[in-house]
Design a binder for this molecule. Structure first.
Ligand code: GDP
Length: 476
C-alpha cells in the first residue's frame, strides 16, 4: 500500500484539497484516500516545492531469522506462558505462588527479583512465565508483532465464573492461535462451584476434558498451593503438542519484555530469547536502542555468562529504553548496531511525519477516555524529600475509579528517558522545581507526551485531583 493523497498532503503540511487540485491540473482525478503512484508523488512534490524521499515502512518488531534452522540443530524450548483472566480472579496470586513454590524447592531463602518473567522446572523441563498478568501486556506486545506466548493460562475463579474479561481473554488467545489451559482458581473457598464454571466454559467452546472435551482444566488454589504442580505438568503436556523448538547455536534474537532506566545502572532491560544463545559482551540491537551486554542476570538475580532459547534475562548496557515487544537481535559490530539504530530512529520519525505526528496525550485526554483505570505518572523533583512526598501524596489520590500509578520517580531534570517512559506507559511526566532538558522537550513533542511542571506541591496535587474528578479548568 502506497501513500494516499492525504498522506502526501499531511507530510507536506498542506491541505489535501491542494494536492487534489494539483493532480487535477495534471489531468488526474483523485480523492483524498486514493493512493498515488510514485510518479504522481514526484510531480505533486515538485509543484509544491517539497522534496520527497520514498521509503519502505519499517517493522521494528519482528526479527526475521536470516536462515532456516536445520532440523538437527533444533532442541526443545521451554514454553512461554502468559496468565490472563478477569480482575480479582487471582492472576497475580497465582504467578506469585508458582514463583514461591519454585524458590522454596530450589534453595531456602533464595531471593527472586521482578524482571518481568521467570522460570520454573518440573520433571527436568522448564516453563517460562511472563510476570505481567492480563491481556493488556499480551495485546500490546502482539500489536508490535511480538509472538511471545506459547500457552495462555486462563484463570477463572471457581466462586465467580466466566466474566467479561474472561471472555476477552478467550478471544485474544483464540485470535493469536495460542492454546488455553484453564486454571480453575480459588477451589479452597467454601462457595466454590467448579461444575457451574465448567458449564459456562463449555458454553464458550472450552469443554473440559473431564466432560469429554479437549480443554485442559486444572482446579487450583493460589492461596493454599493446591493443584499448582498439576497445572505446571499440564502446561508442559499442552506445550509438547506444540513442538516448540529452537536453535541454540545461532546469534541470539528475541523480544524485549520490559525495560526501564535505573539511576545507578542505566538501562535495565529484560529480554526473552526465542532463538540462539546470548553471551555477555554481545552487541544487542533493539529497535532504536543498542549496546554491548555489560552484565546479564537471570530472574533470581544471579549473574550469568550466557542464556539460551526460552530464557528470560535482565541485561545492562543498552543505550535508550526500548519498548516492551520490540524485537532484538545480536549484531557483530557496534558500528553496524549504531547505524541501524539511527536508521530505525530516522524511519520512525518519517513514519510519524507521514502520519501527521503523534496524537498528543494530555492529562485531560487520558482521564476523559472511558475505562481508564490507571493514571501513570513519572515524577521528577529537585530533592529526594520532595520526590518522596509527591510520590506518597499522589498515590494517596487513587480512587475506586482511577488508580494513580507512579511508574518512575527520581531526582533531577526531566530527561529523554523519563519522556520515553511516559510514552511507553501512556502517562504524564510531572516535574517539581525541575524542567525538561532541551532534548526531552523534543522527545515529548515527537512522542506526544505531556510534561507538567510545578513549584508548589499542593498545586500539583490539586490539579491532578481536579483532573481525576473531571473538573480541570482548561489550560490558560
Ligand atoms: P488478579 O486481579 O486476577 O491479579 O487477582 P489477585 O491475585 O490480586 O487476587 C484477588 C484476590 O483474591 C486477592 O485478595 C487474593 O488474595 C484472592 N485470591 C487469589 N487466589 C485465591 C485463592 O486461590 N483462594 C482464595 N481464598 N483467595 C484467593
Amino acid at each position: 500500500p502506497g501513500a494516499t493523497v492525504k498522506d502526501l498532503a499531511d507530510a507536506a503540511g498542506v491541505p489535501p484539497a491542494r494536492v487534489v487540485k494539483i493532480l487535477f491540473s495534471l489531468g488526474e482525478m483523485k480523492t483524498q484516500n486514493q493512493t498515488l503512484t510514485e510518479e504522481e508523488i514526484e510531480l505533486v512534490a515538485e509543484e509544491l516545492g517539497v522534496r520527497v524521499e520514498l521509503t519502505e515502512a519499517v517493522d521494528l518488531s519482528a526479527p526475521e531469522p536470516e536462515v532456516e534452522d536445520a532440523p538437527e540443530d533444533l532442541i526443545e524450548k521451554p514454553p512461554v506462558v502468559t496468565v490472563m483472566g478477569h480482575v480479582d480472579h487471582g492472576k497475580t496470586s497465582l504467578l506469585d505462588k508458582i514463583r514461591q513454590t519454585e524458590v522454596a524447592a530450589r534453595e531456602a531463602g533464595g531471593i527472586t527479583q521482578h524482571i518481568g518473567a521467570y522460570q520454573v522446572e518440573s520433571g527436568g523441563r522448564k516453563v517460562t512465565f511472563i510476570d505481567t498478568p492480563g491481556h493488556e501486556a499480551f495485546t500490546e506486545m502482539r500489536a508490535r508483532g511480538a509472538k511471545i506466548t506459547d500457552v495462555v493460562v486462563l484463570v477463572v475463579a471457581a466462586d465467580d465464573g466466566v466474566m467479561p474479561q474472561t471472555e476477552e481473554a478467550i478471544e485474544h488467545a483464540r485470535a493469536a492461535g495460542v492454546p488455553i489451559v484453564v486454571a480453575l482458581n480459588k477451589i479452597d473457598v467454601p462457595n466454590a462451584n467448579p461444575d457451574m464454571v465448567m458449564g459456562q466454559l463449555a458454553e464458550r467452546g472450552l469443554t473440559p476434558e473431564a466432560w469429554g472435551g479437549d480443554t485442559v482444566t486444572v482446579p487450583v488454589s493460589a492461596k493454599t498451593g493446591e493443584g499448582i504442580e498439576d497445572l505446571i505438568e499440564n502446561i508442559l503436556i499442552v506445550a509438547e503438542l506444540e513442538e516448540l523448538k529452537a536453535n541454540p547455536n545461532a546469534p541470539a534474537s528475541g523480544y524485549v519484555i520490559e525495560s526501564q532506566l535505573d539511576p545507578g545502572r542505566g538501562t535495565v532491560a529484560t529480554l526473552l530469547l526465542t532463538r540462539g544463545t546470548l553471551h555477555r559482551g554481545d552487541i544487542v540491537l533493539a529497535g532504536t536502542s543498542y549496546g554491548r551486554v555489560r552484565a546479564m542476570m537471570d530472574y533470581t538475580g544471579h549473574r550469568v555468562e550466557e542464556a539460551g532459547p526460552g530464557m528470560p534475562v535482565e541485561i545492562l548496557g543498552l543505550q535508550g529504553v526500548p519498548e516492551a515487544g520490540t524485537g532484538f537481535e545480536v549484531v557483530e559490530h557496534e558500528r553496524m548496531a549504531r547505524a541501524r539504530a539511527q536508521q530505525a530512529e530516522a524511519a520512525l520519525r518519517r513514519q510519524e511525519l507521514a502520519q501527521g505526528g503523534p496524537t498528543r496525550r494530555t492529562l485531560e485526554d487520558l482521564l476523559g477516555q472511558s475505562g481508564v483505570k490507571d493514571l501513570n505518572l513519572i515524577v521528577k523533583a529537585d530533592v529526594a524529600g520532595s520526590v518522596e512526598a509527591l510520590r506518597d501524596a499522589l498515590t494517596r489520590l487513587s480512587t475506586d475509579e482511577v488508580r494513580v500509578n507512579i511508574v518512575r520517580s527520581g531526582v533531577g531534570a526531566i530527561n529523554d528517558a523519563d519522556v520515553k517512559l511516559g510514552a511507553a506507559s501512556e502517562g504524564i511526566v510531572l516535574g517539581f522545581n525541575v524542567r525538561p532538558t532541551a532534548t526531552a522537550k523534543q522527545v515529548a513533542e515527537r512522542e506526544g507526551v505531556e510534561i507538567r511542571t510545578y513549584g508548589v506541591i499542593y498545586q500539583a496535587l490539586e490539579e491532578i485531583e481536579a483532573a481525576m474528578k473531571g473538573m480541570l479548568a482548561p489550560e490558560t
